[in-house]
Design a protein around this ligand. Structure first.
Ligand code: PLP
Length: 354
């Protein structure tokens, strides 16, 4: 993505919803002069009390000792893996997903088993499959809910069943919930794994639901002993997050109603354009996402996905993410909150038909 995203005229690799400017935040809440007086010190190492209190309000069953603030969700996931895993541990990772979920455990020397979601099951895991893939040696199950790239959302009842299975097997569940709050059907917020399971670890972030990826601010919400271990690990690679990031994240979460309404409108408009396009375009197939910001699209062309994306971008300036990078050859990922989505999808169609 680093190589191709910058040169793209139409960047459909994006997973964010039009990031906010400081002025937009300012406009939404009135005065922000406070931040100019903040000494640019490290700040509270594990996150300010104000920020943690705001994060706590996103959950139903957590206290401040269950939360630690990190450099984005990417930093949160890494700290969880480093705190929990050793060489030889068995990890089951539900794919497709965010690549670090299997690559970091592999790099630690864990024995990683990939469990591939199936399109015919609407990209959802099943208890039967999980029972088969989880063994007595499994230590950790990694989920991404809502899922990047498919946009599938695990229904609450199924998440509860997964938690029950994990309890029987006595394993940890890491659920990367950076798209939590972006369900398009029913309550925008699914239940969180940390709220329903003692060994459930929830990772969250300001990047997607709150449109502030440039803050580089995420968090882990989990059992206190794991949070203590993460806070030990962070001395080696994190210290604190930026004090301004902490401040603006607090302000945004306190005013999240406004951000959520704005984002829901962008999400709906993107989804409408995307589904209109799907009904017209016979060279693609897709399970319609019901959450998140991305869809995984199967194309009916005999060409490797990397080659297809490279040619498409050279010819039209439209950038898509090749499925090959997500162990999903024959697919591309489309970010449906991208700017100029409609025009870009038309160009993709033209390209496919040529
Ligand atoms: C599933 C998932 N987890 C983590 C991240 C990283 O998020 P952050 O920007 O908070 O580090 C992303 C970014 O795309 C993501 O899609």
């Amino acid at each position: 993505m680093n190589r191709y995203e910058a040169g793209a005229l139409y960047d459909l690799t994006t997973t964010c919803i039009k990031p906010l400017t400081i002025n937009e935040l300012l406009y939404s809440i009135g005065d922000l002069h406070d931040y100019k007086e903040i000494p640019l010190n490290y700040g509270d190492i594990t996150g300010s009390e104000r920020l943690k209190t705001n994060i706590q309000s996103l959950y139903s069953n957590q206290n401040l000792n269950n939360i630690t603030v990190t450099h984005g969700a990417i930093g949160a996931n890494q700290l969880v893996f480093y705190s929990l895993l050793e060489a030889g541990d068995e990890v089951v990772c539900v794919v497709p997903t965010y690549q670090q979920h299997y690559s970091i455990p592999e790099s630690i020397g864990a024995n990683v088993k990939l469990y591939f979601l199936k399109e015919e099951n609407n990209w959802l895991p099943t208890i039967e499959d999980l029972e088969e893939v989880i063994t007595t040696k499994t230590k950790l199950l990694c989920l991404n809910n809502p899922n990047n790239p498919t946009g599938s959302v695990i229904p609450n009842w199924l998440l509860e069943d997964i938690a029950e299975l994990a309890k029987q097997k006595n394993i940890w569940i890491l659920s990367d919930e950076v798209y939590r709050g972006l369900n398009m059907i029913g309550n925008p917020y699914s239940i969180s794994i940390a709220d329903i399971y003692e060994k459930g670890i929830s990772v969250g972030s300001m990047s997607k639901t709150y449109s502030l990826p440039g803050l580089r601010l995420g968090w882990v919400c989990a059992r206190e002993d794991l949070i203590n271990e993460i806070n030990h690990q962070r001395q080696y690679n994190t210290i604190s997050v930026g004090i301004l990031d902490d401040y603006f994240a607090s302000v945004a979460l306190e005013n999240r109603g406004w951000i959520q309404e704005r984002n829901f409108n962008i999400l709906q408009a993107g989804m409408n354009s995307f589904t209109d396009w799907l009904t017209k375009e016979d060279l693609v197939e897709c399970v319609i996402p019901n959450g998140g910001t991305t869809a995984l699209v199967k194309y009916k062309k005999d060409m490797p996905s990397r080659e297809l994306c490279r040619r498409l971008q050279n010819r039209t300036g439209v950038a898509l993410l090749p499925g090959e990078t997500m162990e999903m050859e024959g697919y591309v990922r489309i970010g449906f909150c991208a700017i100029a989505l409609k025009a870009a999808l038309e160009m993709f169609s033209e390209f496919l038909h040529q």
